[in-house]
Write a protein that binds this ligand. Structure first.
Ligand code: HH2
Length: 290
């Protein structure tokens, strides 16, 4: 049986090139989450004031974030959608004060083409779409700006996605989904794409664990793999830790497992810890020093 830390046989995907910036995957990249919402599941309300959000952004950059992901809508299980106007009101004041030319790449976490467009006009490099570029208007906006996108998998909608998730084979089904969406993206001119299996989005406890165990099966698609486990409820279920902000140890273990499975980007709330986790996990797998 292969060891848990077995180096993966797949070469790194080519660097992501978007809007004049480049991100290679010679090491694991860290995406810091900035939730500019009142109701995100682990940190809602903490960053509502732009000054607080900017302070958090500066701290994450200092701690080693390669990407900052700004979101103005919670998509936690059971959440209701917010209006485009509200999402813009939350995201733009922060975005306007971040420099797209230097420091971490900027990503906007939105499923709305109108929000993506406004963010791209202010220099964002990546559109992180939890609906996986389902909307043709979203594909058009991303293509027109020469931006990159994250195609994330979600079964259903946030409001109801955890009621009865079902798959024939969670990895095979998501792999087919990726293939279909990659084809649509390429047809519509979106070339720089990262893939994310969407841990916690229409998945049971067992589905989430299986995705982490079998992550390497997505590597043959040849795209950077993004994994977001940070503080999620399956970690609470496994560790018995009720409060999301206290799920750090479980998050660290899952991030290490994601690295051993070949993840290229970890989406996290705790940047410093994720940077160190990724370095240690990679050293165990490949014997590489940071
Ligand atoms: N998870 C969340 C939101 N966006 N995007 C990607 N690509 N991958 C993820 O796993 C992912 C995501 C949920 O986490 P969070 O943003 O902290 O919570 P909320 O949706 O409540 O704001």
């Amino acid at each position: 049986m292969a060891g848990a830390f077995e180096p993966k046989a797949f070469p790194s995907p080519p660097p992501l090139r978007c809007r004049g910036r480049t991100l290679d995957f010679e090491r694991v990249r860290i995406m810091g989450t900035l939730n500019l919402t009142p109701d995100s599941f682990s940190d809602g309300g903490l960053l509502l004031e732009p000054a607080a959000a900017l302070e958090a952004a500066a701290r994450m950059a200092e701690e080693g974030a390669d990407i900052l992901d700004l979101g103005g809508e919670s998509t936690r299980p059971g959440s209701d959608p917010v209006s485009v106007e509200e999402e813009l009101r939350r995201v733009l004041p922060v975005l306007e004060r971040l420099d797209p030319e230097a420091g971490p790449l900027l990503s906007v976490d939105t499923r709305r083409p109108e929000v993506a467009r406004a963010a791209l006009e202010r220099g964002v490099h990546i559109v992180n779409d939890v609906t996986g570029l389902r909307d043709p208007a979203m594909r058009e906006v991303v293509a027109n700006f020469g931006a990159a996108a994250i195609i994330m998998h979600m079964q259903g909608e946030p409001k109801t996605m955890q009621l009865s998730p079902h798959y024939e084979d969670v990895v095979g089904d998501i792999r087919r989904f990726f293939e279909e969406r990659l084809e649509l993206a390429a047809r519509d001119g979106v070339r720089e794409v990262m893939l994310d299996p969407g841990v916690g989005f229409g998945k049971t406890f067992d589905h989430n664990l299986e995705l982490l165990r079998r992550l390497a099966e997505f590597l043959p698609l040849g795209r950077p793999l993004v994994v977001g486990v940070s503080r999620k409820s399956f970690i609470g279920a496994a560790t018995g830790v009720e409060r999301p902000a206290e799920r750090l140890e479980g998050t660290i273990v899952c991030n290490a497992a994601a690295v051993w499975g070949g993840a290229h980007v970890l989406r996290v709330h705790d940047v410093r810890e994720a940077v160190r986790t990724a370095r240690m996990a990679r050293a165990l797998a490949l014997g590489m020093e940071a």
